[in-house]
Design a protein around this ligand. Structure first.
Ligand SMILES: *Cc1c(COP(=O)(O)O)cnc(C)c1O
Length: 390
């Protein structure tokens, strides 16, 4: 077996959270076992994804769902499904969209580096609205009439990035989508916990929703979910599957073959293929995530952070536990004069430690317990004390 040591890569203490750059969340033990078990036999992937879709429907209440290689892949596939529908000729031409309505309307303040995944399908983003709160110029943010005013014959759908603070409210955008028969594609990649957000977003009426499997669900790092309307999820699946077979033997399992003018070739998502092992590992992780006591788990993280807070207080280091909702992840904000330097020295130290870096400009380190292993806590406290006293 090749170890990290053999490759001279030094593992880190991840106190930052489930960020992809640092390898995401710890993979659940039962998911690892499911991965191993899935590897022992061969199954047709389309059949497996169709069965997954039924299981997801029963757990979450979505019409359909598939496992993808991440939320970003789910966004590309979701956009491709909206662009091409069940037309194999349109599937074939993506990401070229000269002859297809391809605009996705998006609020300016929903834009981020992750929307490259939507654009990768061939979709074009059409920005609307203003965030006058952030610009310091007022109290208003993007409003629904601004989406409506942007709709024209080239509009394919609406991209909505969901957080608890997103504006305008998702329900209002969904209502507009219904009125104009435009699908809403929602990026909710990191909006777990709480697990209830899965059902909540499915019930919102948005046509497609993307979640990450490698974040709080605790599935494989490179896994995700695309949930939503069966017709669109089925199109997304076809654009990800390997399609090398004879048309006369082709029997799609999620959608009916009759609705296709012909058998699609490899689609734009062929490069996002997801292994049977990843599919089974994510489904196993999701089963645990949906059925565990989330409030107790969050309280456990808060207790861990509060122990760390006490240890830091002994060295006269100030910190604050920030925990706004018992269903969501608590964070510890640690006061760090020269936070950028401290952050760098922690990354370069022994052991190497990566802390949350979102508030460095306010001289705060952010500690998130979700990816810290219990045996690492003592080393973490010691390293923080030593980095912060000098
Ligand atoms: C993490 C994240 C993604 C990407 O998720 P992956 O599963 O890593 O592909 C997309 N959008 C947002 C808002 C995210 O936080």
């Amino acid at each position: 077996m090749v170890s990290y040591d053999d490759l001279s890569v030094r593992p880190i203490i991840n106190a930052c959270g489930t960020v992809t750059r640092l390898g995401g969340a710890p993979l659940r033990q039962e998911a690892l076992e499911a991965y191993e078990q899935a590897s022992r036999e061969a199954v047709p992937i389309e059949e497996l994804q169709t069965a997954v879709s039924q299981q997801l429907a029963s757990w979450i209440g979505c019409e359909a769902g598939i496992v993808t290689s991440g939320a970003a892949a789910a966004l590309t596939l979701g956009a491709a499904a909206i662009l091409a529908g069940s037309d194999p000729a349109k599937m074939e031409c993506l990401p070229h969209t000269e002859n297809i309505p391809c605009d996705f309307i998006v609020s300016r303040d929903h834009r981020s580096g992750y929307d490259h995944a939507v654009r990768a399908s061939g979709a074009r983003l059409k920005e609307v609205g203003l965030n006058e709160v952030i610009s310091g110029a007022g109290v208003r943010r993007t409003e629904v009439w601004e989406y409506e005013a942007a709709i024209d014959e080239n509009t394919a759908g609406i991209l909505y990035v969901y957080t608890g603070q997103s504006a305008p409210a998702l329900e209002e955008v969904v209502a507009l989508g219904k009125q104009y028969n435009l699908p809403i594609l929602v990026d909710a990649a990191g909006e777990l916990p709480p697990p209830s957000n899965l059902k909540k977003l499915v019930q919102s009426g948005a046509k497609l929703i993307a979640f990450s499997g490698g974040k709080a669900i605790g599935g494989p790092q490179a896994s995700g979910l695309l949930l939503g309307q069966k017709q669109l999820v089925g199109s997304a699946l076809l654009q990800m599957l390997d399609m090398d077979d004879h048309p006369q033997l082709w029997k799609p399992t999620l959608l009916d073959a009759e609705q296709f003018k012909g058998m699609p070739r490899h689609g734009i998502g062929r490069g996002f293929k997801v292994s049977k092992e990843s599919i089974m590992a994510l489904m196993t992780a999701l089963d645990s995530f949906l059925h565990e006591d989330n409030t107790a788990k969050m309280a456990q993280f808060a207790a861990t952070l509060s122990d760390l807070q006490n240890a830091l207080a002994e060295a006269s280091i100030d910190s604050q536990l920030v925990w706004t909702n018992p269903q969501s992840l608590p964070k510890l904000h640690v006061a760090a004069p020269n936070a950028f330097e401290v952050c760098q020295s922690l990354r370069d130290g022994t052991p190497r430690i990566f802390v949350g870096h979102s508030l460095l400009d306010q001289d705060l380190l952010v500690i998130n317990a979700i990816a810290i292993r219990s045996h690492q806590l003592e080393d973490l406290a010691t390293a923080l004390k030593s980095a912060l006293k000098s």
